[in-house]
Design a protein around this ligand. Structure first.
Ligand SMILES: Nc1ncnc2c1ncn2[C@@H]1O[C@H](COP(=O)(O)OP(=O)(O)OP(=O)(O)O)[C@@H](O)[C@H]1O
Length: 337
């Protein structure tokens, strides 16, 4: 378990003081994939770097499996760091060394015997699907392959925690997906706790169990990914959710419609029920679907429908009340013209 207790990090330069992390407290459970999302400058990297003591907090404590990493001397820190792997946005590979050498580096640093090193590197290359690239140099690899080497290197010493600093931000969408799938597999099969920082809600949706939203050094919202997608409380969280779930209508549709336009959110069970067709059968209204999107988040459905309801005013109201009762989430986008 990672227990972050009242962590503050202040950078002091000649000109100014920056509070990069502002009194953050979080508990990250064993075996979960925990996301930290925020825009540039929110303090995500600084907080992540505090977890493996690349940065020392100005105040507060971080306990990893009960060990206070903020209070270790250099030797103790080296030992603890072997249990905390890290991968980076720009991979941080040594360009003059082969894939094999890049990975052995971590094992040599941990003073592993030579025959063990050879065996372990082959295992790792197999795990990340790069056995055929053992003798290639980083320049001969694609971005996704470089990140796979980064992952193999981070896992070399069997860490219990893997820190991911914008690990897919330099990759295209399909390569991002394959790296996220690999990380999920590692989490599932090896039970490694993953902390993933990102500015992309799509990534959070794909991989995380829980997520903290950071702004100006503070955690402003925390919950399971499904909770945040279905009931975002803060404006910033809503805008992150909107970036994935957006169902904006073209302006001309808003202008030319004759009926009442409603937006309906279906969550969990309600997404699998025949609510719309029941409504159309029970009330004298016609429904015209203008926009619809269903996402599966943590394997649970979340649907957003934008519909135009056409009929008499009181019948539309009764139809809307019916849907609101069964879904709890109905919003009138625009009244009948
Ligand atoms: N070494 C440093 N010295 C001074 N200020 C720093 C240092 N590192 C970060 N900062 C400042 O701390 C704040 C938080 O930066 P941080 O890199 O943690 O944010 P972030 O959310 O990870 O953003 P990004 O994704 O752009 O890295 C920013 O205002 C940044 O300028």
């Amino acid at each position: 378990m990672i227990d972050i207790q009242n962590v503050t990090k202040v950078y002091t330069t000649k000109k100014k003081q920056t509070v990069a992390v502002d009194n953050v407290s979080l508990t990250i459970r064993d075996g979960e994939i925990f996301g930290i999302i925020g825009y540039s400058g929110a303090g995500k990297s600084t907080l992540l770097r505090c977890l493996n003591a690349l940065e020392r907090p100005t105040s507060g404590r971080i306990l990893i499996d009960g060990i206070d990493v903020t209070a270790l001397d250099a030797k103790e820190l080296r030992q603890v760091r072997q249990k905390i792997g890290m991968i980076f946005q720009h991979f941080s590979l040594v360009s003059s060394k082969t894939v094999f050498k890049n990975i052995t580096f971590a094992l040599k640093a941990a003073k592993k015997p030579k025959p063990d090193i050879e065996k372990r590197v082959n295992e790792l290359l197999d795990m990340v699907g790069l056995s055929d690239k053992r003798d290639a140099y980083p320049a001969q690899l694609s971005g996704g392959q470089k990140q796979r080497v980064g992952i193999a290197r981070a896992l070399a010493n069997n860490p219990t925690v893997l820190l991911c600093d914008e690990a897919t931000s330099a990759l295209d969408p399909s390569t991002t997906k394959s790296i996220l799938e690999l990380l999920k597999k590692i989490n599932r099969e090896l039970g490694i706790t993953i902390v993933f920082i990102t500015h992309e809600m799509e990534v959070v949706k794909h991989i995380c169990d829980r997520v903290a939203v950071m702004q100006n050094g503070k955690v402003i919202e925390l919950g399971t990914v499904y909770e945040l997608f279905t009931h975002p409380k803060e404006e910033l969280t809503r805008s992150f959710v909107h970036s994935v779930m957006h169902v904006d209508l073209p302006a001309h549709l808003r202008e030319t419609h004759t009926g009442t336009i409603v937006k309906i959110q279906f969550e969990g069970k309600s997404a699998t029920e025949t609510i719309v067709s029941d409504m159309l059968q029970q009330f004298e209204v016609k429904g015209n679907i203008l926009h619809a999107k269903i996402e599966y988040i943590q394997d649970k459905p979340l649907g957003i429908f934008v519909m135009e309801l056409i009929g008499k005013e009181d019948e539309i109201q009764r139809a809307m009340d019916y849907i609101a009762k069964r879904t709890n989430r109905l919003e009138v986008v625009s009244h009948a013209a």
